[in-house]
Design a protein around this ligand. Structure first.
Ligand SMILES: [Zn+2]
Length: 96
């Protein structure tokens, strides 16, 4: 884990983390290879956000609004993970 920058598997060009986070289907800016974030990574990301939302809703004891609070908190955690964790642990991009 010495290199934290996502890169193109085709030409090894660095891919901006922002693109990786917000566009799951992207294109290498250098060689135009069609890339995507692996499904396992997307699944882990979604699961992590949801579990964190669920735990927070429980800890905050939101009562009858548990479901709404869980989804809202999951969304907040998704934003948090997308802006802080993804740059630290970027996905290995795949060729589409
Ligand atoms: Zn490339």
């Amino acid at each position: 884990m010495s290199d934290h920058k996502p890169s193109c598997p085709g030409c090894s060009s660095a891919i901006p983390v922002r693109s990786v986070t917000f566009e799951l289907q992207l294109e290498c800016p250098a060689c135009r290879t069609q890339l995507r974030v692996p499904l396992v990574y997307q699944a882990n990301f979604t699961t992590a956000s949801f579990v964190l939302g669920l735990i927070s809703a429980h800890v905050l004891d939101v009562g009858p609004h548990f479901v709404e609070a869980t989804f809202l908190l999951a969304f907040v955690f998704a934003l948090f993970l997308g802006t802080t964790i993804v740059p630290l642990v970027p996905p290995m991009l795949e060729v589409r």
